[in-house]
Design a protein around this ligand. Sequence first.
Ligand SMILES: [Zn+2]
Length: 251
Amino acid sequence: MQSDQEVEELRRLIERARRAVVFTGAGISTESGIPDFRSPGGIWTKQAPIDFQDFVSSEDARRLSWRRRFASDPVMRNAEPNRGHRAVATLVRRGKVASIITQNIDGLHQASGVPAEQVIELHGNTTFAHCLTCGQRYEIEALRPAFERDGTAPRCTWCDGLVKTATISFGQQMPAEAMRRAEIETLAADLFITVGSSLVVYPAAGFPELAKHNGATLVIVNRDPTGLDALADLVVNRLIGDTLGAAVGVN
Ligand SMILES: [Zn+2]
């Protein structure tokens, strides 16, 4: 299919939908300069991710984890939503998209104006931290001075619990409430658009499958082919911002 025909088909499917869900992965945020951890050549091929059990049991692992987080902070803080995020936010504002399910931890959907309650984060959020024991929230920048002063990993001022970015690490259980909401939204959707996900990580990749088996139309927008292309009604292998921007009419 010619690329303008693909965009036209996507536009038509969106127009026809009553309730759409957008499912996003790293690809939408790489266009904002956020590195893709899992891709070939991505950060995790150079530095192994820190397992949750190691974080909990080892001060060295916690220090390493925080050292990496502070090192990546300028990238995270300076990243801004791109045309793809703006197109998705527009669909939310128009009432076309009820919820965004995301594998991303960068908070860029919220930064593009989507209310936080409409963003379901399967892997948590790295733009803030919380206490693993009592849940107290901490801002990243507020934790930096003490870390730079004594080099110890932050602890909760209320209960002395371990403070960790609000992300889901390897070896950590998927967040039950987010998983439950994502399933409900998936089953309620008549159009399911996956954007920038290679659809290889389970259980996250199970949602597009569930949507399709439940009778929804499945669209995959991703730079490269994905594991679920054969299942999809429309596959668009192009840049995300350009594709969604053109289909939604957003610059
Ligand atoms: Zn605490």
